[in-house]
Design a protein around this ligand. Structure first.
Ligand code: ADP
Ligand code: MG
Ligand code: MG
Length: 897
């Protein structure tokens, strides 16, 4: 087989479509070479070799060594240098590259080929001994760390190589912070020999002098890093299969650290935070590799390169255009300038915020670079939540003390308790605190902490630093490079401009503006929300809204699923309709009973000793419910509303402690002991499987009767106002066809009565939820009476998996860790189990009632993967919470594309 793919001099064995085999980086290096960009020649070892490596006890296919030798010979010929010996040493970089980029997860090795001999040759050939020795020093450090495993031991404060450097600086200059740039050649030579000694001391092995040995060591390290903890955590978080493996890219080194005419940098073809069409990035003069990303020195904005190196900058701008027109997406590129010659080292589709994703996609359609369908399929539906995420309340932010500012790296507003260590962030967040992770800079070790935090704040590093990259991808609020912050890990404090905050104090960041505030700052709705919900912003005043609206219009044209919302109050309904909901898919009537005095009437009803008393209490509840439904029908203005009859166990409505019970006793004139007794009677061992759902209506039909009356009287009222009403009465937790029959009888009888009394005609449907497995299995019988089904996938998941939704938090993480389940079944539909029951229900129901309306109203209704599944099932609609309606609209369109 072919395991090695060469690229160089305008030709490449591979191309941009071969991501699976060559990894993202390798495929794009090949593609860029093909389109004539200045890419240093090299080759890619395929991901198949990675699989082979793990399947065969960490060994390689026998043909590999020969193919690598041939590729190296080709490079040598192309650049006129020799890898093993000769007048002109070939130095290489060894870079990992999975199918999807995994920022910072795997380690890159630069300057490979450096040894005691080559360093001298490079020194004399370049006429720059400091550059040569510093390159060797860096190589030893990277190789020693990544390949030979010389790393911090438990209890050690500093990286061992860094300690050696500090030690030498202290020794020679009496200052362990002495600037790197001012070290002499002799200093660096001394570091080189101390590094070699350190490697020998820690590993018992000598650093390999032979370039070939170095190369194979580095290749093994890259493949090995596919299974390191950081990589595994990352893959788990983003659902990247472990089988994919990584490729290895071996490439001719070019040097950004050859002096003042050299530089290295990273850039985005458009602003990845706002989506603005501006060239965005940063660079460092006389620097190598990861200096820019690591945040060691704070880099310059890329536009300044236009002044410092006008020729290279002009070329770079051309590359920017070419990359965008060729790849037809915003690109994130890495470049290096070696003695005024520009090289491109990497390009990939740039990670971006949800805000930027929308803007870039809509702009690119306008620029005729992509089609509307491409725009739709490109935006991760979930990322629309960034567009709806809150920003700081302007007034509250004005009053807050701004203590620093940095780079806006992840938009949105976040407030939380200051935490300095990732582990503590995880721990505190687990206890329910909102935390904000504050660090000098972040590294891949901090990933778990970053996931747990509301927001991330760093003192060092630019917009392409690790913190910024990860935040952007996770949609976290992030401010980076807030250089005024003095972070003291020892005393656990942060000081900035005269203000000192301790760990646990509140701190707030605005990731859109880059501001840092002491204390807690109130948040306010985003622009889109201000236009659609609070109506405090005119649509024509907001570009963000217009882009959003354009996208939604395109989505609506494509999708086949209707999008409804789960809403219980007229206000929520209004918001959801603003977001594009086409009806209510679930109105939980019980939520209405908790407001104001209603709970008293509700409690009176529950405490009633006989049917008569219960009816009297229900009479009091009726007008409240009717008013609510009137409001909802008006807000819906002709759209349908699925209203579920009372569902939770009655026990939930009663007061449980002594003080509350005695207050209720005074209010209702019922002796306290009697209340306590009734509470005790209603106690259930397993209320989720207890006396709830339609079981309430079976035992107390008068409850269903009152609710039906409230619904229909409201319907009659609103219909008579000239607004069309479309109530759909939904009976919960049905498992037996007879349950539904009995409830439907009540509903139909009341409807008839109300229509007669009010002399108003309206149409309504009666249907049921499918939320226990039995209902799915007898769906044909149930469908004889039900005019619609709504899959209540929260309960259906609980009852199918036998997992309590409220208690699963303690074991679900272990289940994902062991890969027993791919995702939390309460977030993403368990397609094999719950999904199979849905299919059975669909097929059996449609056999009996061809046009039965099918929907879903669990939390899953707003989750893109589940929406896709519902589309495939051929449901009529999904229903989700108001703020997820736009996400569902987009996801439903993507399901078609
Ligand atoms: P990552 O996937 O973490 O971005 P890369 O493989 O892109 O890792 O390498 C990190 C950095 O190393 C690059 O941004 C680039 O600056 C530097 N680098 C990699 N290969 C070369 C090379 N052939 N010449 C010069 N610098 C290189
Ligand atoms: Mg890179
Ligand atoms: Mg339910």
């Amino acid at each position: 087989g072919k395991y090695v793919y060469y690229f160089g001099d305008g030709q490449a064995d591979g191309d941009g479509k071969m991501r699976a085999l060559l990894g993202g980086k390798g495929a794009n290096l090949a593609e860029m070479t093909r389109i004539g960009l200045p890419v240093p020649p090299g080759f890619t070892i395929t991901t198949e070799v990675c699989s082979y490596y793990y399947d065969n006890k960490r060994t390689y296919p026998p043909q590999l060594a020969k193919q690598v030798d041939e590729a190296i010979a080709k490079i040598e010929k192309s650049v006129g240098k020799g890898f093993e010996g000769g007048e002109n040493p070939l130095l290489l970089s060894v870079r990992s590259g999975a199918r999807d980029s995994m920022p910072g997860m795997m380690d890159t090795i630069l300057n490979l080929g450096m040894n005691d001999k080559t360093v001298e040759i490079v020194a004399s050939k370049s006429g720059n001994p400091k550059f040569a020795w510093d390159s060797y020093r860096r190589f030893l450090q990277m190789y020693g760390d990544v390949v030979m495993g010389v790393q911090k031991r438990a209890g050690e404060e500093h990286e061992p190589f860094e300690s050696v450097i500090e030690h030498l600086k202290d020794e020679r200059y009496g200052n362990h912070n002495f600037p790197d740039m001012q070290l002499t050649v002799e200093d660096i030579q001394e570091l080189v020999s101390r590094f070699k000694a350190l490697i020998r001391e820690r590993t018992g092995k000598d650093f390999p002098q032979k370039p070939k040995d170095q190369l194979w060591g580095a290749v093994s390290a890259v493949f090995g890093s596919w299974q390191n903890d950081r990589a595994i955590v990352y893959r788990r978080k983003y659902g990247i299969p472990h089988e994919w493996g990584t490729a290895v890219n071996v490439q001719t080194m070019v040097f950004g650290n050859m002096g003042e005419t050299s530089a290295t940098g990273v850039a985005f073809t458009r602003d990845p935070a706002s989506g603005e069409k501006v060239f965005y990035g940063e660079y460092l003069i006389n620097a190598q590799g990861e200096d820019v990303v690591a945040g060691v020195r704070t880099p310059n904005p890329v536009v300044r390169l236009g002044k410092e190196m006008p020729e290279s900058y002009k070329q770079l701008l051309k590359v920017r255009d070419l990359l965008e027109t060729h790849f037809r997406d915003m690109q994130d590129l890495e470049f290096t300038i070696e003695d005024n010659r520009l090289y491109i080292l990497q390009t990939r589709n740039g990670k971006r915020t949800g805000l930027a994703a929308v803007k870039i996609a809509v702009d690119m359609v306008k620029e005729k670079l992509i089609t509307k369908e491409e725009a739709l399929s490109r935006i991760p539906a979930d990322s629309l939540s960034h567009v709806l995420a809150p920003i700081f309340d302007k007034e509250s932010a004005k009053k807050a003390t701004k203590i620093a500012s940095g780079l806006p790296a992840g938009p949105g507003a976040a407030s939380g308790r200051l935490v300095l260590r990732a582990e503590d962030a995880v721990e505190r967040a687990h206890k329910g605190d909102k935390v904000l992770l504050v660090r000098v800079e972040t590294s891949p070790e901090d990933l778990r902490g970053m996931i747990a935090a509301e927001g991330i704040l760093t003192a060092r590093g630019g917009v392409s630093s690790h913190a910024a990259l990860v935040a952007r991808q996770m949609g976290k609020v992030c401010v980076c490079g807030a250089s005024d912050l003095q972070i003291d890990y020892a005393t656990r404090t942060v000081t900035s401009n005269g203000v000192t905050l301790k760990e646990g104090d509140y701190i707030s960041i605005d990731g859109t503006a880059g501001d840092v505030f002491a204390g807690e700052v109130k948040t306010a709705p985003s622009e889109v929300v201000q236009v659609l919900v609070s109506k405090t912003l005119k649509p024509e005043k907001s570009k963000a809204y217009q882009d959003f609206a354009a996208l939604m219009t395109w989505a609506d044209k494509v999708r086949r699923l209707d999008i409804r919302t789960n809403a219980d109050t007229p206000e929520q309904v209004e918001n959801a309709v603003g977001f594009g909901a086409e009806g209510v898919g679930l109105c939980r009537t019980e939520h209405m009973f908790f407001e104001g005095d209603r709970i008293d009437a509700m409690r009176e009803m529950i405490l009633a000793r006989n049917t008569d008393d219960r009816r009297k209490a229900l009479e009091k509840l009726l007008p409240f419910q009717r008013e609510d439904f009137i409001g909802i029908f008006r807000s819906l203005d002709g759209l349908p509303a699925t209203i579920r009859l009372l569902d939770p166990p009655l026990h939930e409505f009663l007061p449980h402690d002594h003080a509350q019970q005695s207050a209720l006793s005074n209010k209702l004139g019922i002796p306290q002991e009697e209340i306590a007794k009734r509470v005790h009677e209603l106690h259930e061992f397993n209320p989720m499987l207890g006396h709830r759902g339609c079981r309430l209506g079976i035992v107390y039909p008068e409850i269903s009767e009152m609710q039906a009356r409230a619904i229909f009287e409201a319907a009659a009222q609103v219909q008579s106002e000239g607004i069309r009403v479309r109530p759909e009465v939904m009976i919960p937790l049905v498992g037996f066809p007879k349950e539904l029959k009995l409830q439907i009888e009540i509903v139909n009888r009341v409807a008839k009565e109300v229509i007669k009394e009010k002399k108003v005609k309206f149409k309504y449907l009666v249907g049921t939820m499918i939320e226990v497995p039995r209902a799915a299995l007898v769906a044909d019988k149930i469908a004889e009476d039900a005019e619609f089904f709504s899959f209540g996938t929260n309960d259906l998941t609980q009852t199918t998996l036998g997992m309590s939704r409220d208690d699963s938090g303690s074991f679900i993480p272990a289940y994902t860790e062991h890969e027993i389940i791919a995702a939390n079944p309460f977030a993403t539909i368990d397609q094999d189990g719950v999904g199979e029951l849905m299919k059975i229900a669909r097929d059996r129901a449609r056999k009996v009632r061809k046009d039965i309306k099918l929907g879903i109203c669990g939390e899953h209704g707003g989750e893109p993967k589940s929406v896709e599944f519902c589309h495939a099932l051929g449901l009529n609609y999904v229903s989700c919470s108001p703020f997820r309606v736009p996400i569902a609209r987009l996801a439903a369109a993507q399901a078609v594309l």
